[in-house]
Design a protein around this ligand. Structure first.
Ligand code: NAD
Length: 337
């Protein structure tokens, strides 16, 4: 049997990216939509053969508890709404897939984990790169003898933000600027490429506060992570240029991705001393990274597993994100527990 997903938030990602991916899934299907726009919700439901009983508004969302066709709620809302809808979904007895960043504070992440635990429901974060063939191959190469001991990782992510009224640029909805949205990819890369947890972070921020886009949130933030092995990661994110890459330097070779974490078209090289070669990665777990991600949570629910990108994984990132902001604000290195 395939498991039914309710998509909460019919925006760029939920509607534009996730809903079309159910056709690539083997264990997951669209079962309901949750939207503040009844006309849009009806149109999407009609297009996917769903009836009126599969449409929810934000106000009557809690009724979803009475819909046995919905097994999993996928939260694709602005960041500040992730905690509320994850907790309401868990209380309604549903498993939860929540988009990145998991929430806008450590306290919210902890409350989300507690709510899912109390309801005995799974919680997974939408870290799609763990299901993307190029990134999976890069993680494997990072561990290989040909790469040697990992000494350094570099990762940069960003895009040129446009509309100054977008929710991503409003602190109350986003929780922060480029770090919350794109820097989390750089941070994830530093952690999944080294396979280590950082012990210290040093950060600095550069934002033109006269730019109307950056009245409330940061543009560029750059941070260094120190790892127990002695490896260092230099990470950065910004909202003033397009960038998307990961570089890992080992004592015997390098692993490089550019673009690294896009929806499609990621590329990977490995080798050393100017003899780097492009690698064609073996297929990932799903037909696409999105299908692999959706089916992974379905498989965890059906077979009783724990998601490889659990709520705890989202919480780990949020702890580091809070430390990055603190380091930039206070101008000093922050030690991580
Ligand atoms: P979006 O603006 O395109 O969509 C947001 C949706 O939330 C819209 O349908 C909007 O109507 C709804 N919404 C409800 N209340 C709102 C409010 N108060 N203000 C604004 N919108 C409100 O955003 P998006 O790009 O779809 O991002 C949604 C989430 O998905 C974010 O957390 C984002 O970080 C995440 N995301 C993840 C990826 C990925 O690759 N994993 C890519 C894009 C977005």
């Amino acid at each position: 049997r395939t498991l039914g997903y309710a998509i909460v938030g019919l925006g760029g990602y939920g509607l534009g990216r996730i809903i079309p991916e159910f056709k690539n899934c083997t264990r997951s299907r669209l079962a309901a939509v949750v939207s503040g726009d009844p006309a849009k919700a009806k149109k999407v439901a009609d297009e996917h053969g769903l009836g009126a009983d599969a449409i929810y508004s934000y106000d009557d969302f809690d009724r979803i508890r009475d819909n046995p066709d919905v097994d999993i709620v996928y939260v694709c809302l602005p960041n500040s709404m992730h905690a509320e809808y994850t907790i309401r979904a868990a209380r309604a007895g549903k498993h939860v897939m929540c988009e990145k960043p998991m929430a806008i504070s450590v306290a919210e992440c902890e409350a989300m984990i507690a709510a899912c635990k109390a309801a005995n429901r799974k919680l997974m974060i939408g870290y799609r790169c763990h299901f993307e063939a190029t990134n999976i191959a890069a993680m494997r190469l990072a561990k290989s003898a040909d790469t040697g001991k990992i000494r350094y990782v570099r990762s940069e992510h960003g895009f040129n933000a446009g509309d100054p009224t977008a929710w991503r640029l409003k602190r109350a909805l986003s929780g922060g600027g480029s770090l919350m949205d794109m820097g989390i990819y750089s941070l994830q890369a530093a952690r999944y490429m080294t396979g280590e947890e950082p012990i210290a972070v040093t950060a600095r921020e550069s934002t033109d506060r006269t730019d109307p886009r950056f009245r409330e949130v940061e543009d560029m933030i750059d941070w260094t992570l120190e790892f127990p092995s002695g490896a260092i990661a230099g990470c950065q994110s910004m909202y003033s240029a397009n960038q998307n890459r990961i570089l890992l330097m080992g004592t015997r070779g390098r692993v490089e991705l550019e673009p690294a974490t896009r929806y499609e078209g990621n590329r990977l090289w490995t080798g050393r001393d100017g003899r780097e070669q492009e690698v064609s990665p073996p297929p990932g777990p799903g037909k696409t990274q999105f299908a692999g991600q959706l089916d992974h949570l379905s498989a965890c629910v059906q077979d009783g597993g724990t998601p490889i990108v659990s709520g705890e994984e989202g919480l780990r990132d949020m702890r580091i994100i809070e430390a990055i902001y603190r380091s930039a604000r206070e101008g000093r290195t922050i030690r991580l527990a």
